[in-house]
Design a protein around this ligand. Sequence first.
Ligand SMILES: O=C(O)CCC(=O)C(=O)O
Ligand SMILES: [Fe+2]
Length: 388
Amino acid sequence: METSPGSLYSEVVEAVERGRGRGRGRGSASIMVLEFDETFVLDIDHRPNPIVSESGSIPLVDLSPLLAGAGGDQRGSPAPSSLVEQVEGACRDWGFFQVVNHGVPSGPLERVRSAAEEFFALAAEEKRRVRRDEENPLGYNDKEYTKNVRDWKEMFDFTANERILIPASAEPGEKRLVEIKNRWPEYPPELREACKEYTKAVEGLAHKLLELISLTLNLPAKRLNGYFEESTSIIRLLHYPPCPSPHLAMGVGRHKDSGGLTVLTQDEVGGLEVKRKSDGEWVRIKPIPNSYIVNVGAIIQVWSNDKYESVEHRVAVNSEKERFSVPFFLNPAHDTMVRPLEELVSEEAPAKYHEYNWGMFFKARKTSNFKNLGVENLQISHFRKEGC
Ligand SMILES: O=C(O)CCC(=O)C(=O)O
Ligand SMILES: [Fe+2]
């Protein structure tokens, strides 16, 4: 954080006071969701822009050609070349796109949303019973840091597979694995079932999108699926409460997603912003009912040897409305060695990255988001070969 001039200091103090004064009673009138303090305050350069542009936003892709007749169960037709071309352009120019007519029914998401609302409305002590810790990053968390600044959000993480294996630590040479399990709260009891049902629905879409991306790289549709059989995929229920000082903080600070692919649904409030590759401007993604936002993660950036990029994005908050979103992070098995795909490298186009182990990367990132470490956390740029 930059050294604060007097005016900034008093602005922060005022914001903290305002935050105390207007603690929103959810569950009980005295319960505050988050209390504003200086850990939320971003450097001036990284604060939200006062003027938000929704124009010139990410491409919209209609997936109806993939749906199989009545019922739209997504097992249907091979992707037509026009669709592959659209997805290729979107991945190359934006790293982000929005899909409609995707075949995911709306019922499971509605049930997750209503159970999540009940969960987040519980008293803080109740939510903290299923709080994540340094060993197991799954469960509830209201103190996540992005680039060492605290996010104005609370969240609940669970894995698509009920248990997954990850390295015991991110120490070099670590050979031990630990099994981590989902932590389900007692209340509301329907949360677990709703989450399972939703996972099944959205996982199918994520695999379809992976196949499309594989085709855009001139690879067979199923070329990448094997990496995800023992997936470490995570679904995150995100709640952004109204923020007393939305011009000082972010719901999620600027970052790049580190897994394979992210498939996200947001409600009608909006706030997600993407850094446009063409000019570096932050562009707000306009919520479209019943759509999903898809973005390329760092693994696809490495696999594609930089044809595609995991693009920076962030979430602005506001002082009036709470917001919900649910990202699905499609992640491979812990033992996946990530490196540019051999079909895409040659003497003329040599690999731009050294290989790395996904499990170790995942563990290092999960540990670093836990607190302000004062240093940059692990990024794929650390594996970039010299001169590339
Ligand atoms: O809430 C959102 O719209 C985006 C969240 C996000 O980018 C993330 O959790 O990685
Ligand atoms: Fe993200």
